[in-house]
Ligand binder design. Structure first.
Ligand code: TXA
Ligand code: MG
Length: 356
């Protein structure tokens, strides 16, 4: 299959391409499109065969459910069995935006889309191209991140092309995404709302809108969710259970005071190079010049957490291109989305952390 990559700039000249993309979705085919978080790989959410094509293209385990993207609040009501009282408040506050809500599904939603679950994940993305594709196709669009299963989510169209070339008919190129981390997932099917995946919207932001306590899935806070013998509880979102976002090289995080971290990383780099290995480092603008590795990337200024989030996946992908053997990274415990950033980095590192 030929994969067509088309630039969409939200101008009248896009009309023909958008029509073509909408037509593909209507016909049960796959189209990758930009959202404000990461690129999605979309298909008609209410058609089992269309959902199956998504799993095949990504190489995704069929028990890992998809997020259904909508463009109007009423569409949530059309696929939910019951709508919990918090849903409207959260939608008013955060939709369109980087928020996914889990609710009980009704019979319109096939189990192929929900990975066999009786609940469904729903999100209204805040991106003109995504909203237009949903609207013009007249479909609800199931879309996981548009990467090969296990790889970092795509934050640019070229990342999608790298993973999906020859596997899907069309990619809509809207340039680099704004946020760079996947949406926050909140589960509204339990007694208390619970965050299943941290993201741009935080526990504190939810609590302010809802006026009630919001929990965080203990499974995602555990030291090492991939090793149950370490006492880790299983995360509720199936996709949070595996090593993920991983670059090809082994990644280790170094945590501690900056000077100690820089010294330790340089020591590890020297050790690796002595063995003939090619070593990469994830630094910040502040520390970038202090490393002597083969490949050093700055993720941004340490105080600019939006930049750190935006650059993380791109950098992980670039290390794959650079064919390094090992990567050492500084840690990023920033105030607001630091939890989301560290959650992704820890998973990418398979929970290998050195404290200095
Ligand atoms: O920002 C985003 O959410 C992006 C863009 C494209 O919208 N999408 C995305 O989808 O990150 P994906 O498939 O890569 O991640 C969906 C996550 C997975 O961890 C999956 O297990 C979880 O959501 N999930 C989906 N439906 C669920 C359900 N009914 N119950 C629990 N977890 C669910
Ligand atoms: Mg994903």
């Amino acid at each position: 299959m030929q994969t067509k990559l088309v630039k969409i700039e939200n101008k009248p000249s896009d009309d023909a391409s958008m029509e073509e993309a909408a037509e593909l979705i209507k016909n049960g085919e796959l189209v990758a499109f930009p959202t404000e978080t990461v690129y999605g790989l979309g298909a008609d959410a209410l058609r089992p065969e269309a959902a199956k094509k998504i799993y095949a293209a990504k190489g995704r385990p069929s028990d890992n459910p998809l997020i259904v993207h909508i463009c109007k609040y009423e569409e949530l009501l059309s696929i939910a069995k019951e709508v919990p009282p918090q849903a409207k408040k959260l939608a008013d506050a955060f939709w369109p935006g980087p928020l996914t809500m889990i609710v009980w599904k009704n019979e319109r939603v096939p189990y192929e889309t929900t990975g066999g679950m009786d609940t469904v994940a729903v999100r209204m993305p805040n991106h003109p191209t995504a909203l237009r594709l949903i609207e013009e196709s007249g479909c609800l669009i199931a879309a996981p991140s548009a990467n090969t299963s296990g790889k970092p989510s795509p934050t640019e169209a070229t990342h999608v092309l790298r993973d999906m070339d020859g596997r899907i008919p069309m990619i809509l190129d809207g340039g680099p995404v704004r946020i760079g981390l996947e949406s926050t997932i909140i589960d509204l099917t339990e007694e208390k709302p619970m965050i299943l995946r941290p993201g741009y919207i935080t526990k504190e932001m939810f609590e302010e809108v809802l006026g009630e306590e919001v929990q965080i899935d203990p499974g995602i806070l555990a030291a090492d969710i991939t090793d149950p013998s370490k006492g880790g509880q299983k995360p509720k979102a199936p996709g949070m259970r595996y090593k993920h976002y991983a670059p090809k090289a082994d990644l280790v995080l170094i945590e501690g005071a900056t000077d100690h971290v820089v010294a330790k990383i340089n020591e590890l780099v020297a050790g690796g190079q002595k063995e003939g290995l090619r070593i990469g480092v994830i630094a910040t603008d502040e520390t970038y010049h202090r490393y002597q590795a083969d490949v050093v990337f700055s993720i941004g200024a340490r105080t600019d957490e939006d930049a750190i989030a935006q650059h993380l996946y791109k950098i992980l992908r670039e290390f794959d291109e650079q064919e390094v053997d090992a990567i050492y990274s500084e840690s990023f415990k920033t105030p607001r989305i630091g939890q989301a950033i560290m959650n992704r980095l820890l998973k990418a590192a398979g929970y290998q952390v050195l404290h200095v």
